[in-house]
Design a protein. Structure first.
Length: 256
């Protein structure tokens, strides 16, 4: 083998070695094939540290957490059934929490958790939403306190969802007939989009503005620009009937 041929072979060998090293450097350092959205580095398809690309939106990373803006309040009927109302606030203007899982730990007078109730709802951008919970097995007299824990949250950018605009019209009536208490009124879909489901929560109050009792109903399939009547029924309860101010009732409409 001539010296010239050896030089060519050695040159080819070193070219392969350096090309392999360069490729490895590119794959591992410049653009790794495997990366994590939690490694504290900007790599892979990310446009920021652990955000963008295949990871969460960088704006979402900088967003504020949901918060319990009104602590759980316990309401009781004469029979001892317990109902709970609390409020969640989404302080973010550009992200909907399209699904929020929550769990409610109910503590007995012994100081231990005696029941846990779980559920889910949505809290849209810049929204404050009351959550009404019934179906509690523990009697109100056996409840010492309640803690609410927020679980998994599904975020969506506001630009990805167009929501119908639902308003509660002003002609709300709180009526007591033969001991039966109900709240009636009208809601209107102010948009060109249909509303698949709307949750209505009515809060009865006394003359001092204090909450006496909450109630809830669901209305489905509200057509664009449709006006729909609603009725929210409450338990027959002498205390509730005697202490409410029929002019102080508030009704809130929440889209699903």
């Amino acid at each position: 083998m001539t010296r010239f041929v050896k030089q060519i072979l050695y040159g080819m060998f070193y070219c392969i070695v350096f090309a392999s090293l360069g490729f490895a450097f590119y794959k591992v350092i410049i653009f790794p094939s495997t990366f994590s959205c939690f490694d504290g580095k900007m790599n892979g398809t990310e446009s920021g540290v652990d955000c963008g690309g295949d990871c969460n939106d960088c704006a979402l990373k900088a967003s504020e957490s949901l918060r319990i803006s009104e602590k759980p309040e316990i309401f009781s009927t004469e029979s001892g059934r317990a109902f709970v109302l609390f409020e969640i606030t989404n302080p973010n203007s550009y992200f909907h929490a399209s699904r929020v899982d929550y769990s409610m730990d109910i503590y007995g007078v012994s100081g231990y958790v005696i029941e846990t109730v779980s559920g889910s709802d949505a809290v849209f951008a810049s929204e404050q939403r009351f959550i009404y919970v019934d179906g509690i097995k523990t009697l109100s007299k056996n409840i010492d306190k309640i803690n609410v824990n927020l679980g998994e949250i599904a975020w969506q950018a506001t630009k990805e969802i167009i929501l119908p605009e639902i308003t509660v019209l002003k002609n709300i009536e709180t009526v007591i007939e033969n001991g039966a208490l109900k709240v009636t009124g009208f809601i209107k879909n102010q948009s060109s989009l249909s509303a698949e489901e709307v949750r209505l929560i009515a809060i009865l109050k006394n003359s001092f503005g204090e909450k006496i009792f909450p109630g809830q109903t669901l209305i489905s399939n509200i057509a664009p620009f449709e006006e729909r009547q609603f009725t929210i029924l409450f338990p027959r309860d002498e205390y509730i009937s005697k202490n409410i101010d029929v002019k102080a009732t508030e009704v809130f409409a929440y889209r699903k």
